[in-house]
Design a protein. Structure first.
Length: 176
C-alpha cells in the first residue's frame, strides 16, 4: 500500500497522484471553511450551488483514471475533529456534504473526534497507536482507539480489514 499525502492545491504532481489512486481520502474539519474546497453554498439557504476547484480536479482525475485503465477511484470525505456535542453547524455541514456527495460521488465517513489524547501525544511525535501495553489505557484512550478501528473499517481497504478482523490494527503514521 502506498500513501501519498498531497497538498490541497492543484499541481501537476497532485493531479498525477490523484489520477493513479485507488482510494482518495479527503479529510476536512467540520466547518464551511474546509467545505469551501469541495463545494460552494448559497449563504442564505446553505444549498450547494456548485462544486469547487478541488472537486473539479478530483472529477478530472477520476475521468483520467477511467480512460487509462477502466477503474474508478473510491473518494472518501473524512470528517475530522468532530465535537461530541450536537451543534447546528455540525448538522448544516453534514447536510451540505450529503447534498454534494450525491451530486459528485464521494462517500462521507465519520473520522476522528476532537480528543485531548491526540493533542497530548503530538509534542512527543506519537500517535494513538504508539501507546504501549505496559500501562492500562484510560476509557478515553480506549474510545479513541475504537474510533480509529471503526474509521479504518469504513475505508474498506483490504489490508485494513484483515488487520482489524484479527483485533490488531497495524498502521504507519496516521493523523491519530
Amino acid at each position: 500500500m502506498i500513501v501519498v499525502d498531497c497538498p490541497g492545491r492543484d499541481s501537476a504532481l497532485s493531479r498525477a497522484a490523484h489520477a493513479h489512486a485507488d482510494t482518495l481520502i479527503t479529510p476536512m474539519n467540520d466547518s464551511f471553511v474546509d467545505f469551501d474546497l469541495l463545494g460552494q453554498v448559497d449563504p442564505d439557504s446553505l444549498k450547494v450551488s456548485r462544486p469547487s476547484v478541488y472537486a473539479e480536479m478530483v472529477w478530472n482525475s477520476r475521468k483520467a483514471r477511467a480512460r487509462r485503465d477502466g477503474q474508478s477511484i473510491d473518494w472518501i470525505v473524512l470528517r475530522t475533529r468532530l465535537s461530541h456535542l450536537e451543534a447546528r453547524n455540525m448538522r448544516r455541514v453534514g447536510d451540505a456534504l450529503d447534498q454534494l456527495a450525491k451530486r459528485i460521488g464521494f462517500r462521507v465517513i465519520p473520522g476522528l473526534s476532537e480528543r485531548v489524547i491526540f493533542r497530548e501525544l503530538f509534542p512527543q511525535g506519537q500517535t494513538l497507536l504508539d501507546l504501549g501495553q505496559a500501562a492500562p489505557l484510560t476509557m478515553s484512550q480506549l474510545s479513541a482507539r475504537q474510533e480509529l478501528r471503526d474509521l479504518m473499517g469504513n475505508l474498506n481497504l483490504p489490508v485494513a480489514k484483515a488487520a482489524t478482523e484479527d483485533g490488531v490494527l497495524v498502521l504507519g503514521d496516521t493523523a491519530a
